[in-house]
Write a protein that binds this ligand. Sequence first.
Ligand SMILES: Nc1ncnc2c1ncn2[C@@H]1O[C@H](COP(=O)(O)OP(=O)(O)OP(=O)(O)O)[C@@H](O)[C@H]1O
Ligand SMILES: [Mg+2]
Length: 366
Amino acid sequence: MQKIVLNGIQKSYAKEPAVRHLDLIVEPGSFLTILGPSGCGKTTTLRSIAGLEEPDAGDIQLGDRTVFSRSQGIIVPPEQRNLGLIFQSYALWPHMTVERNITLALKEQKLSSGEVESRLQSALEMVQLTPYRNRYPSELSGGQQQRVAVARLIALRSQFLLMDEPLSNLDAKLRTEMRTELKRLHRELEATTVYVTHDQIEALTLSDIIVVMNGGLVMQQGTPYDIYHHPGNLFVAEFIGDPPINKFTGSFIREDGVGILQCGDHRLTLPCHVIPTRETLVATIRPENIMISEQEKDGWLKTTLDSVQPTGASTILQVKSEKSVMTLLQPGFMRMAVGDSVWVQMDMTKVNYFDPETEQNLISEG
Ligand SMILES: Nc1ncnc2c1ncn2[C@@H]1O[C@H](COP(=O)(O)OP(=O)(O)OP(=O)(O)O)[C@@H](O)[C@H]1O
Ligand SMILES: [Mg+2]
């Protein structure tokens, strides 16, 4: 198992920066996902690792080999980087059968025919396409074509896997199945993997480390847990989570030595490790971290139900108080009616505080 290291990668197209500055370490055998909105530089980063794009600055190492260095003038061509790739469009050769699509690259590596056949068979088995080996891509569904692309990747047995939105062409059910499959495959192949997606569920479910990008810059790198529970800045807090995080702006006051953030009708007691940077701060809390009661409770905020959306396993609720609106997520299929009075209370241990100017989280991670 080997690591992938990117140092100071920059890439512009016609003076428009696509990747402004990127440092990345993908630990040996780990699964790192680059997550971010459309146009943030994900594909550009992956193509740079693959050698399909030449960065303007920086260097890239695959294992102990430098495959790109602007300063040292090293540019190893893509076919010599020994990478397994799946791109946004799965690009099978339409005039070749499943078998030939999978074995083409193996034959180029001059492997024996016995080795090619054995890798082909085990790859087809893994993606459950054994009966389809003689079909052409046009005779397969979109999902099956995607699985052929995955089989091609498996058969290569590369130590490095790069995947760019490999599940984007699948319907929801197949996407979930393939997600599970990819996770299992990664465990079996132990390849160092960089995965690109704008789908936060894929990122949260698959990754050891998530790198959130925006506008060509890294906004945060961390475990899925940290990215979700300790967003480093407001961009990450608001980009991750569905339904989206609740955000309140409030004024900071000190009462009897205790820091209070007054956000509309919410009074939040600031934990002692949060050092307020300004008179106004931003607080966030995830919808599932607000408790709800149909009975009045001491100290809880009285609100009115504004919308009730059961999704099956959980219910999305919107409540309104005099001065604020909040989204809640409750387990189960709730049968409450719009207009009902309900009492809500935030789990104060789950609140994050941000500086409104720098947008940085004021709670240091830990
Ligand atoms: N070949 C190119 N020529 C000019 N501009 C490009 C080229 N490739 C990408 N860009 C621009 O660089 C920026 C980053 O593009 P990139 O493809 O890396 O985004 P992405 O994060 O993969 O987005 P998506 O989620 O839509 O695939 C975008 O503004 C894009 O328009
Ligand atoms: Mg892309």
